[in-house]
Design a protein around this ligand. Structure first.
Ligand code: AMP
Ligand code: MG
Length: 414
């Protein structure tokens, strides 16, 4: 793994407001995998990222088989009544097809059983009557009916999952179905989470009149876990440069990447940006996004640091929009663009050009509704929402019923 370069977040001089797509394209070209590999049993590999392509060692299904419970014989039959004598054997699922079924006879066969030699067609048991050791039915039935071909799902040697893919429950089924027992995956990405600010106290502690409770840390821990990474809680530090320095040092040892919240702008108490600056590896990304504040991106002891805004709404939106795809690359997965859907607006709104806007939103009765207040301090709106509406950089006038882009939390991978 090549280490990330110290200047990997540098911005061209003179840039004031970077459009969201440009910021994303920058992250995409500059970030790469920072974690090693390990081998895991497939059953333990849910949500892990494949380090190699996986080739099917065996076909699925391995042999032609029957899709139904019924009776198997050779060739289809035309219109009219048919009578086919039954052989004595049965073909349950899992049995090895050995003896051939003689021409002009049929065999009792159960779902999933391999077709014995001499059988290429199966009639559903509900479509026959069995009498005098023979089946009786009315045609037609096509040759091949109710059967599955060997390898019709997967051929041996097919690439069934590619490096960079995050394994889903269905992937575990597919890998298991072709006999893959172990997979080489990326080690989990450890994401350090640190809250900064003199005003913060922890729930359970006494809060002075001017103090507020630390809301970002549990939220970010939750988001990181939902995104499939391992949150490493680095606690809270007051606005003291030396305390923060020591905690970042500790974080760089414990985590592969650090997310801080608060102190990321360029004010007096903004020690995150000041320290990253001092380390000589900081860029203050002013992205044209609402809600959002500058993001301080830097490298601390070789580890990338994302200095998120302190405001919980901005912190969450920035984590979903920039953090999620960035972490995906650092974790060895493919770049992920959020998956949104064009749906009718259940609201009206006018926006100016120059900033991309994300509104707290949810789907109800086939329309997307947005939270009553866009106030960026409203955590209740985050909790109310089930996703975000994304409005483009350009000016826009949305009327009730117009199509707008809704991205559910899951569309961000969270
Ligand atoms: P800052 O980015 O440090 O200027 O903080 C911006 C706003 O977010 C201020 O009102 C902070 O009090 C608030 N804030 C910062 N960190 C947190 C946090 N962990 N939980 C809740 N609010 C926070
Ligand atoms: Mg602060």
């Amino acid at each position: 793994m090549p280490p990330l370069k110290n200047d990997c977040f540098a911005l061209p001089p003179g840039v004031h407001w970077t459009p969201v797509d440009e910021a994303l394209a920058d992250l995409r070209t500059r970030l790469s995998c920072v974690v090693g590999e390990e081998v895991l049993p497939v059953a333990d590999a849910l949500d892990r990222i494949l380090a190699t392509d996986i080739t099917a060692p065996r076909a699925h299904p391995p042999l032609p088989n029957t899709a139904v419970d019924g009776y198997g014989f050779l060739n289809g039959r035309g219109e009219g009544d048919h009578h086919i004598p039954l052989v004595a054997q049965h073909m349950p699922a899992g049995a090895t097809p050995d003896a051939s079924v003689p021409a002009g006879t049929a065999i009792r066969i159960l779902t999933g059983a391999a077709l014995p030699p001499g059988v290429d067609t199966v009639i559903l048991q509900e479509d026959v009557t069995v009498e005098d050791d023979a089946i009786h039915f009315t045609g037609p039935i096509k040759q091949g009916a109710n059967t599955r071909k060997a390898g019709e799902d997967v051929e041996a040697g097919d690439v069934i999952a590619q490096a960079g893919r995050r394994l889903t429950p269905a992937d575990l089924a597919l890998l298991s179905a072709v006999g893959v027992a172990e997979v080489r995956v990326r080690r989990s990405l450890r994401v350090g989470i640190l809250s900064t600010g003199d005003e913060l106290v922890q729930p359970g502690d006494d809060a002075g009149p001017g103090q507020i409770y630390d809301a970002n840390r549990p939220m970010l821990r939750g988001l990181i876990a939902r995104l499939g990474h391992v949150p490493v809680d680095l606690g809270h530090v007051v606005d003291d440069r030396e305390v923060l320095r020591a905690r970042l040092d500790q974080g760089a040892e414990q985590a592969d990447v650090i997310f801080t919240s608060g102190g990321a702008s360029a004010g007096d108490a903004d020690h995150v940006s000041a320290l990253l600056n001092e380390a000589g590896a900081m860029a203050l990304w002013r992205v044209a996004i609402k809600p959002g504040r500058p993001l301080a991106l830097g490298i601390w002891q070789g580890k990338p640091v994302f200095g998120l805004p302190g405001n919980p709404v901005a912190a969450m939106v920035c984590t979903l929009v920039f953090g999620a795809p960035a972490l995906s690359l650092l974790a060895g997965a493919d770049w992920k663009s959020p998956q949104g859907f064009m749906v009718p607006a259940g609201f009206a709104k006018t926006k100016k050009a120059g900033r991309r806007e994300f509104l707290r939103a949810r789907m109800r009765a086939g329309q997307v509704e947005v939270f009553a207040s866009e106030g960026s301090g409203r955590i209740s709106g985050l909790s109310w929402a089930e996703g975000l509406v994304e409005l483009p950089d350009e000016a826009m006038s949305v009327r009730q019923g117009d199509l707008v882009r809704f991205i559910p939390w899951a569309g961000f991978g969270a």
